[in-house]
Design a protein around this ligand. Structure first.
Ligand code: Q46
Ligand code: ZN
Ligand code: ZN
Length: 314
């Protein structure tokens, strides 16, 4: 297989795009495409301060690398979840995120959940009995809360995450299986800012996971290969496998599934939900928007965790 641009030996072959490229041209192609998506979906401009959520994995570090190469003002945010999984998942991902930032002279903010909220994620999940054995819902809620808080408190215009096409297609598949209109409505490359919430963008949402792996490897990015131990056996992982089977038979199916959804949404599918959503109000404790009558779900979670601790202490 030869590089389409220079004819030398190709390093990456993308059947879904009928495109093969050598290492140098691939490393140019990815940022070019990213820039194209940033403009197409009007994510941000060179005047915006961007906060990149980095987990130490390939996607978020690749995203940070690409934005820095494109000359954007992008700082990182690492959230220490306190997850061990028998191999020090959080401590190793923390180390790699810090190393990445240090080597490139980039600014990284660090929030440690245990330091800030008293307990690591798995303990918070146990204490509050939300998702026994799988702390993902508590983890997701906490990460969203922290990202918004840091973006708002430190004056970032945009919050960028490293979700790739495989992530987006798997979430879309799960939401479609259950016809979760609210979630479908909110799944987008860009979520505009609202009072108390930063604008959210996913610049990598049109890249296949293997394209990001190739980019990270060819750029020599040192990232954590292991996934979070709680991702193993999750529904999302299962949906990814199913979609990969489909993709093997029909290259491009994953991308079509996602892009056709975006088109349909733009044409007004789920418009009814959009009207219903307009009724958010700020949480009396933290100020982030919520549809609940009193405290937001994060503040209620923290309240429950605190109560459990007092109960056990008595
Ligand atoms: S980090 Fe957190 Fe994920 Fe681990 S505990 Fe679940 S949600 S799987 S992206
Ligand atoms: Zn080439
Ligand atoms: Zn709150």
């Amino acid at each position: 297989m030869k590089c389409r641009k220079c004819g030398s030996k190709a390093s990456v072959n993308m059947r879904q795009h009928k495109l093969a490229l050598c290492k140098d041209h691939y490393l140019e192609w990815i940022p070019e495409q990213t820039e194209r998506f940033i403009k197409k979906y009007e994510m941000f401009t060179h005047n915006d301060k961007i906060l990149v959520a980095v987990s130490g994995g390939k996607d978020s570090l690749a995203l940070w690398d690409i934005l820095a190469r494109l000359g954007y003002q992008a700082d990182g945010l690492y959230i220490g979840l306190g997850i061990d999984g028998g191999f020090g998942y959080s401590s190793e991902s923390h180390r790699l995120a810090q190393k990445f930032a240090y080597e490139r002279n980039l600014k990284l903010h660090i929030v440690d959940v245990e330091e800030q909220y008293g307990q690591p994620i798995p303990v918070l999940a146990d204490l509050t009995h939300r998702g026994v054995g799988r702390p993902c819902s508590v983890c997701g809620l906490t990460k969203r809360h922290v990202m918004n808080r840091i973006a708002r408190d430190l004056g970032y215009a945009v919050l960028a995450t490293g979700h790739n096409l495989d992530d987006e297609a798997a979430v879309l598949f799960g939401n479609t299986l259950n016809w979760l209109g609210d979630y479908l409505l909110r799944q987008s490359p860009v979520l505009p800012e609202s009072p108390g919430l930063a604008r959210k963008v996913k610049p990598l949402c049109r890249f296949y996971e293997r394209e990001m792996t190739a980019y990270a490897l060819l750029r020599g990015i040192d990232y954590i290969y292991e996934e979070c131990p709680y991702a193993v056996g999750s529904k999302t992982t299962y949906y990814k496998e199913l979609l990969n089977q489909l993709e093997t038979e029909r290259p491009g199916a994953k991308l079509t599934f996602y892009l056709k959804f975006l088109e349909a949404r733009q044409q007004g599918l789920f418009a009814e939900q959009a009207r219903a959503q307009a009724t958010l109000k700020p949480c009396p404790n933290c100020g982030q928007p919520t549809s609940a009558p009193g405290l937001c779900s994060f503040c209620r979670l923290m309240e429950r965790a605190a109560l459990t601790i007092t109960d056990t202490a008595e």
